[in-house]
Design a protein around this ligand. Structure first.
Ligand code: 5AD
Length: 453
């Protein structure tokens, strides 16, 4: 059978989609190639969130087309995912050697389409149509694909986003919010746990809005939001040790979710709370639906409910109209909150989004400069926080050998920090305590204080 290589750009949802596609192909008898150079089929699973991510995938495809012509005639080349969804057939018009363009609601069709292309039944396929119930089709797992995935797995709970932040292309690439049912999600989680998974991360573009648009999916005699009802149901699974989720929206951290952190021992004390900006004026232009005060209130509530909770964020610098004063409000908020880590993005104009048409686009050099200033600040805060772990004993879930140094094993703390230690295969999948001895850049180095055999 032919072999396939999938290269993934972008977020964890994309990683998960690629994994499900790979599992689907393996189930149909395809093999997974070690590299694109030896594959019969190469698929790029793309990201559209910033222009940079799109350019990377387009350049990669140009290179693939070049080598395929020279060395591998007959190699099937395809784009999948977000950029495929937003650009559609334009991608083949630009690069006529591309065979397949597959949107975000069509991942479950990959095998069928590749079969047709290989058999010569069809010459080119572009399918970016909407498909009802496609949110429930990302369910196959490849648990033996890597050491990490056998301990920790991602489960897609919903697709799409209706928030329409003015900078964001996601509502156009992922569509309207659609959620899977609680029994369907729980069944998938149970199956994973029965195969050895101990940590599950629930995934979606806006997980805190889970079930809000599908009232038939959830129980109405509960005062809890559908997302917290789902957390409760997943929490019941015996053998599951840890639950995480991403990505949430700050407005989703209602009292019921904040209380869930205190109430549900398996829910890890780690919260991603995407800020985007510390200026109320910019937050409004972004259509974020909260203010600086509200955001600070959420962080305070979370820290009160779960002291020591790890709080991470996303921030955009150089949104249209952002002045030096607006940017300084972001700096001061970052100083006030002391994020454990922050992902900083230079604003990138995206097609079809309102912000792309807004006046006062910020010059590229100022975006760069603000990026550096904010990065310096968040790195300094993060490093101090990491140093605060030295001498402490923390529980880690061991994922497997470190990619860089196979003699070292890697695990994660409950608040989602990576810990490296001298371990061996018997540690894999174990929850164990380590004492933190030193820190590196975004890494803790531990010594097993108590080894659970
Ligand atoms: N430009 C820059 N960053 C963006 N993000 C989303 N859209 C854009 C854009 N147009 C960032 C946000 C989001 C993260 C996943 O990507 O910070 O939280």
């Amino acid at each position: 059978m032919p072999s396939v290589f999938i290269k993934t750009y972008g977020c964890q949802m994309n990683e998960r989609d690629s994994e499900a596609v790979a599992a689907q192909l393996v189930a149909k008898g395809y093999s997974l190639a070690k590299s694109e150079a030896v594959a019969d089929v190469v698929l790029l699973n793309t990201c559209s969130v910033r222009d940079f991510a799109e350019q990377k995938a387009i350049n990669k495809m140009k290179n693939l087309v070049g080598t395929a012509k020279k060395d591998r005639p007959g190699q099937i080349l395809g784009y999948m995912g977000c950029m495929a969804q937003s650009r559609g057939k334009e991608l083949i018009e630009k690069l006529p050697d591309v065979d397949l363009v597959l949107g975000t609601q069509k991942f479950h069709r990959v095998a069928e389409y590749i079969d047709d292309l290989i058999a010569g039944k069809r010459a080119k396929i572009v399918d970016i149509d909407a498909e009802a119930k496609s949110e429930a089709t990302i369910r196959e797992h490849l648990l033996n694909g890597s050491a990490r995935t056998s301990v920790s797995a991602f489960v897609s709970i919903m697709q799409g986003c209706n928030q329409y932040c003015t900078f964001c292309i996601v509502p156009y690439t992922r569509g309207e919010e659609r959620s899977r049912t609680i029994p369907d999600i729980v069944a998938e989680c149970r199956e994973l746990v029965s195969r050895g998974v101990r940590e599950i991360t629930l995934l979606g573009q806006i997980v805190t809005s889970y079930g809000k648009r599908d009232p038939s999916l959830i129980t109405h005699h509960s005062s809890l939001s559908p997302f917290v009802q789902l957390l409760d149901a997943v929490h019941e699974i015996d053998g599951l040790e840890r639950i995480r989720f991403t990505s949430p929206h700050p407005k989703g951290y209602g009292d019921d979710l904040v209380e869930a952190y205190a109430r549900l021992p398996k829910l890890c004390e780690s919260a991603h709370v995407p800020l985007q900006s510390g200026s109320d004026r910019i937050l409004k232009l972004m259509h974020r639906g909260y203010t600086r005060e509200k955001f600070l209130g959420i962080v305070e509530k979370l820290r009160k409910a779960k002291p020591g909770i790890g709080i991470t964020t996303d921030i955009i610098v150089g949104f249209p109209g952002e002045t030096e004063e607006d940017f300084e409000l972001t700096l001061s908020l970052a100083r006030e909150v002391q994020f454990d880590n922050a992902y900083i993005f230079k604003y990138s104009q995206r097609r079809d989004t309102p912000a792309a048409e807004m006046p006062d686009q910020v010059p590229q050099n100022i975006r760069e400069e603000r990026n550096h200033r904010l990065l310096d600040l968040v790195n300094e805060i993060a490093a101090r926080k990491y140093d605060g772990f030295i001498g402490r004993r923390v529980e880690i879930l061991v994922e497997g050998p470190s990619k860089k140094n196979a003699a070292r094993y890697t695990g994660r703390t409950r608040c989602n920090r990576i810990v490296l230690f001298d371990g061996s295969a018997r540690h894999q999948g174990q929850l164990m305590d380590v004492k933190i001895e030193r820190t590196g850049s975004f890494t803790l180095y531990g010594d097993p204080a108590v080894v659970n055999l």
